[in-house]
Design a protein around this ligand. Sequence first.
Ligand code: FAD
Ligand code: NAP
Length: 514
Amino acid sequence: MDGKAEPLDAIIVGAGISGLYQLHRLREMGMRARVIEAADGVGGTWYWNRYPGARCDIPSMSYSYSFSPELEQDWEWTEKYPSQPEVLRYLEHVADRFGLLRDITLGTRVTAARFDEAAARWTVTTDPAGELAARFLILATGCLSVPKLPEIPGLDRYRGRVHRTARWGAGEESFDGLRVGVIGTGSSGIQVIPVIARQAAELTVFQRTPNFSMPAGNRPLDPAEVAGMKARYRQWRQAQRASGFGMPSDPPTRSALDVSPAERDAAYQAGWDRGDLTSLIRAKIRATVHDRDLAEALSPRTFPIGTKRPCLDTGYYATFNQAHVRLVDLRATPLAEFTPAGVRTSEREHELDAIVLATGFDALTGAIAAIDIRGQGGAALADAWRDGPRNYLGLAVAGFPNLFTITGPLSPSVLSNMMVSIEQHVEWIADCIAALAAAGRRTIEATERAQENWVRHVAMVGAVTLFPTADSWYMGANVPGKPRVFLPYLGGVGEYRRKCDQVAAQGYRGFTLA
Ligand code: FAD
Ligand code: NAP
């Protein structure tokens, strides 16, 4: 791969939802762009996370691209919440339909990128060895794409099978007759545990922090419902873009205290049945899990609801009623080490034939930090972000001209239906690049002042909420040594879009164009 022979307008890192759409959008503008993707296929999250039970928890007809009304009409989703294979099939279809693969290099990791000031160009280094250069560098590297291993010694000594939910390979499905241990009870653990319980001879769940989970209520889509959505898709998409989290909802019209207890309970029950009510969770755990102590151990107590990402599940709590399923409460007996035969807690050794690690991600900054990025004067992004990410609008970094991040830190990102946030960033970046070309400018760079103000604004909005009180991955708290900073922007998808559009309308206020 030698970019000198083939000058590019843009290099896009990552071929997930973000990278695929960014490529399509830039090509439509007549630009030459190339995507570099570490995986051997497209799809990003939905390529890597093939664990049994993996499923989207935003309804399929909302977790889908809106940029092509024809695609929207042609694609037939089969379930309310699409399974991982269905989302992956959809993204492969998009890559195929828009002829994207010819501009995607698979199986190749970007390891470094440096900005050449004289040429106003980014040069990117890859593994396997290669180099290519382009005016713009767009990081579509994903918010949840760098898996995190548990911080416990001895994994290399363990002799059984090791599976990672975030790197699930083909043929890893069967746990028939095995003694299996699952470490981690976040969204991934909560999805995989009920499925493995159906296969394993014994299942031991190692739980450090119990999570809030609600029944997903997944079901096949009704043809009339699909037709109805397809008929009003344009209005729906508009409402998504203007909403708080990328999912429109009707605001409540009455206080819970204004209605009778019976009416209130019926409304709560209806909410529970729909899978979108949170206040009854602890009571529901007690009602579902037969053993009182076990129910209590599964009940979250240490953080306010919503300050860690709530989970949707299919039969999670009921799984613990099965005789062959056991919970080990790591708050009482912490994990000490992996042993050749299994894992040892402070209490005893657990012998296991297979261990499933559902231990999360180095979220939002992990994939960016994994690339050695050098901006003006050779300055390293790693140094600029030593105390936490600093950028303007969650899109651009002072000192790093012509570099953009899609749904990176300090943007709504993971606090939204990601599809909506991804489309907004891709379109803003494409429009910005077009505006720059139209103005005959070569570079665009966030000013230090605009960046300072943005970082302060994001922190201020986060600080008036309960989010910073939880040890969550939103705060970087799950990765030892990572600075504690509230990483996503809580201002809401619609309001954030308005701010970004305003900056563009005002000639890219807060940026220097040269
Ligand atoms: P990704 O899909 O993460 O793609 C990034 C790609 O960049 C990856 O393929 C990676 O290999 C590649 N890459 C990274 N670094 C490099 C490098 N240096 N060189 C080359 N390639 C590189 N969001 C929702 O809104 N709703 C959901 O229900 C939902 N469910 C999820 C379920 C799981 C299991 C996970 C992990 C995440 C989920 N998310 C969900 C978040 C999800 O990540 C986003 O919705 C979306 O898929 C992100 O797309 P992306 O293209 O931005 O990033
Ligand atoms: P996660 O939410 O970070 O959960 C990781 C789990 O592993 C937590 O229970 C954590 O415990 C535990 N853990 C980590 N290190 C450990 C250690 N050293 N010892 C013991 N336990 C350890 O990760 P995730 O489940 O992969 O989910 C990440 C995000 O991906 C989600 O929040 C969501 O945004 C997305 N996702 C969505 C879906 C979906 O339903 N659509 C599915 C999967 C993932 P602590 O809580 O104590 O740290």
